[in-house]
Design a protein around this ligand. Sequence first.
Ligand SMILES: Cc1cc2nc3c(=O)[nH]c(=O)nc-3n(C[C@H](O)[C@H](O)[C@H](O)COP(=O)(O)OP(=O)(O)OC[C@H]3O[C@@H](n4cnc5c(N)ncnc54)[C@H](O)[C@@H]3O)c2cc1C
Length: 568
Amino acid sequence: MERKKMKVVIIGGVAAGPKTAARLRRLNPDAEITIIERGKLLSYAGCGMPYFVSGDVPEWKKLTDTPAGVVRDTVFFQNVKGIRVLNRTLAETIDRNNKTVTVVHVETGEKQALPYDKLVLATGGMPVHLPVEGVGLNNVFRLWQAEDALSMNKALSMGTLKKAVIIGGGLIGVEMTEALTKRGLQVTLVEMLPHLLPGLLDPETAVFLTRYLRSQGVEVHCGERVSCLKGDDRGNVEKVVTTRTEIPADIALVSIGVRPNSKLASDAGLQIGKSGNILVNDYLQTSDPAIYAGGDCVQNIHLLTGKPVFAPMGSTANKHGRVIANNLMGMEEKFKGILATAVVKAFDYNVGKTGLTETQAREAGFDPVTCLMPSSDIPHFYPHARQVFLKLIADRKTRKILGAQVAGPGEGVKRIDVLATAITFGATVDDLPGIDLGYAPPYATAIDIAAHAANVLRNKIEGLAFTLTPMEVKAMVDRGEDFIWLDVRSPDEFKQKRIEDQRVKLIPLGMLSRRLEELSKDKKIVPFCKISLRGYEAQTLLTGAGFKDVQFMDGGIEAWPYEGISEK
Ligand SMILES: Cc1cc2nc3c(=O)[nH]c(=O)nc-3n(C[C@H](O)[C@H](O)[C@H](O)COP(=O)(O)OP(=O)(O)OC[C@H]3O[C@@H](n4cnc5c(N)ncnc54)[C@H](O)[C@@H]3O)c2cc1C
């Protein structure tokens, strides 16, 4: 094929599609590039929709403009990029033998067959349908495409809607919790699984988010399945009925996940993976070498497990677009895979994850060792230091870092990005503390919390530190186990904030060696302090003094996410 004159048809005009087109145009000024998009709008910042609904982005136009303020519409693509866009046009069928795509204009019904040398599928995903009665009522929304955000905003602008129920505690559900609260609504978030962000966080990290959202006035119901939505006699939603309760609702948002949009590909006989994604090779080429695919519609490979993973993200879709364009030009670039990194803002809380959760690591056959580290994001003496809870996970055998999660008002997302980079390059817990990260008090601590957490994991792997997570201690409490919950902080700290439980005994660390006779050697001892540095020291002191069953509580009282804390 004469490269310069290649005809490239791209189906899908939001993220992966336009990215492919733009890169291809830069590489090949002579290619004939056509984007087919069912919707009216294209190349808009879909990830910005929650911030449009919240009012943080004051007008819709901002999501469709270039940074220079030019709207990215069909005219812009044609005039500035030399890319033809057929919007309001649906790609109906692909004829692989004749290399044509049949498209139909969704308003006029006019059909045409477009020839291609190379075809790119960037058909994205679709929201998972909630299969219960009442989802068709008025004021029940989903947030998938531009039209959804615009019509939701219109409904909210009337000012009559007061109570919102968000069904689904994933990324979009959490973002929209903030958005709707900011619009003055009382929000209830309902999640079917036992905790929020179930694919992203382990329970003990998620519980911080739940506690924080409740502190912002949001009602959070986890472990509850929605059984139906009920409406009034005008067909407006009135309540959301769950397996446990009925929640009044003037507006409901269904955000229970995304599935790949791969029907066009499967109808054309392309290979499809188990979760319905289009199968692609390392070059993002489908089972037909003339057809590439990228974005939410394809199956990715997880960099740590080497197994297929579905993690539909705009970050990945954009990377795919560039790789596809390079490969269309014969540059043979591989897309190596993903870590399913995701970050999300909830009011003033920053939440994120990269790599595997502890649960996913175990399921994948690793032997995970974990540490939960509550810490200040910058030195405590510098103004505006804020707390971050970091969970770091590594494999006991290979010592490789497997994953990290953060939650808290502090700068956790920077740590997620550092750890995503480290994991991508195969870093171990021994490599991480040696990385030359930047330090100055306004930005970080001298030993960054990520490095500090890696050192804790090294201690654990080497048998120097024995810990229990707050979840494990909570389970012991719930089972009514008899153990000594040894608070080794100062009496002042104890007065300020303490765990109210009869098992708790205060012996400040400085007095511990002189008061050993107050502790029974027959009982399990669980020392802790504020973040459990002193808890760790208490553990070494006690084991050195012959106590056999000592495990300090990971993260100390700061990482205790449950009820039962009294604070002055
Ligand atoms: C509210 C919201 C917030 C998000 N926030 C983030 C975030 O913060 N970070 C992040 O990384 N990701 C985020 N995402 C996910 C991100 O938007 C998607 O991963 C990304 O848009 C996927 O890009 P894509 O090009 O693969 O598919 P899409 O963006 O889904 O675009 C596919 C397009 O193809 C069109 N199409 C499909 N079939 C046909 C056909 N047969 N003919 C013509 N056109 C067709 C569709 O109309 C659609 O416009 C968010 C998503 C939503 C909905």
